[in-house]
Design a binder for this molecule. Structure first.
Ligand SMILES: Nc1ncnc2c1ncn2[C@@H]1O[C@H](COP(=O)(O)OP(=O)(O)OP(=O)(O)O)[C@@H](O)[C@H]1O
Ligand SMILES: [Mg+2]
Length: 295
């Protein structure tokens, strides 16, 4: 048996227990615990440098934690790296495709590395090229791909060996809104086909519209965890926003009528709107998610 520890449910597929990672003086991840259930799309939302990639690298066997334990698909990542690797797909933040090779050749290379059956290989690759809409460009070199095409190929590559858990690090970073939506569709289709997804993002809309549950991470710590609606409801589902000499001020209310009542009493211009995850982040940290965004 590869026990998860006491508080995991029967369908927990990722479990992180008190994990920390230090690089010299820098604490990239600082005592994080949470778990992901089978069938979820789970999002780690946080600003640049929050520790998102470091967490993904630990979960996917690429780096070891300084403290704590990680379990993936029922296996301790520390003890059973090979078993874990067989069951996961990884879409890294940085494109690490072979640029000189074609899309198809990149997938074939991955199939060989993962020892996908010769009999199955070509069919699987064709199926995936179609799945991500690259069948027409499959035999072009990757160096001639657009950013969106490269991202779709990275997703296809991650799926070649039929993983049950997929890790996507910033799957839509740098993509235009239309391409971003296509990637969201693809993630949802994969999820419906039975793949559990853990992704990282610093895009509020991505966390809000794509993820069943969200963990907000800041300075290496998990500062909130829940469904997008739970997180917003904790703050109050309606927001009154106005400008004053200190900048933008926001107040939160459970109902629209309470918010409107408050707004009417103010003698300045106000906006009454629904609360969003950006508000949740700002209230918890005093900063905006994209304040330090360099991308
Ligand atoms: N190999 C490394 N050596 C030293 N410091 C590192 C290393 N990898 C990450 N860090 C540091 O750990 C912290 C967290 O980095 P990480 O890449 O995990 O953040 P992130 O949330 O993925 O950020 P981004 O949104 O910019 O991708 C940063 O301060 C970073 O400089
Ligand atoms: Mg990162």
């Amino acid at each position: 048996m590869h026990g998860y520890g006491v508080s995991a449910g029967p369908s927990t597929v990722i479990r992180i227990e008190n994990v920390a990672k230090r690089y010299g003086n820098i604490t990239a991840v600082n005592g994080v615990s949470f778990s992901v259930e089978e069938g979820e799309i789970f999002g780690l939302l946080g600003p640049n440098g929050a520790g998102k990639t470091t967490l993904i690298r630990m979960l996917t066997t690429l780096t070891r934690p300084t403290a704590g334990e990680l379990f993936v698909a029922g296996y301790s990542v520390r003890k059973h790296q090979v078993e874990v690797k067989k069951r996961i797909g990884v879409v890294p933040q940085q494109n690490n495709l072979e640029r000189e090779l074609t899309g198809r050749q990149n997938l074939l290379l991955h199939a060989l590395l993962h020892k996908v059956d010769r009999a199955e290989r070509n069919q699987r690759i064709n199926e995936l090229l179609e799945y991500v809409g690259l069948q027409d460009r499959a035999d072009d070199r990757v160096q001639n791909y657009s950013g969106g095409m490269a991202r779709r190929l990275l997703i296809a590559r991650a799926l070649v060996h039929r993983p049950s858990i997929l890790f996507l690090d910033e799957p839509t970073i740098g993509l235009d809104p239309q391409t971003r939506r296509k990637i969201w569709d693809l993630i949802q289709i994969m999820n419906r086909d039975g793949v559990t997804v853990l992704l990282t993002t610093h895009y509020i809309e991505e966390a809000e519209s794509l993820c069943h549950r969200v963990g907000i991470i800041d300075y290496g710590r998990l500062i909130a965890l829940g469904t997008p609606s739970e997180l917003k409801e904790r703050l109050g589902n309606y927001c009154v926003e106005f400008l004053n000499e200190r900048g933008t001020e926001r107040h939160f209310f459970a109902t629209r009528s309470e918010a409107q009542e408050y707004a009417q009493r103010k003698d300045c211009d106000t906006v009454v709107r629904r609360t969003n995850l950006e508000d949740v982040f700002v209230e918890l940290t005093g900063r905006e998610v994209r304040e330090s965004d360099a991308s």
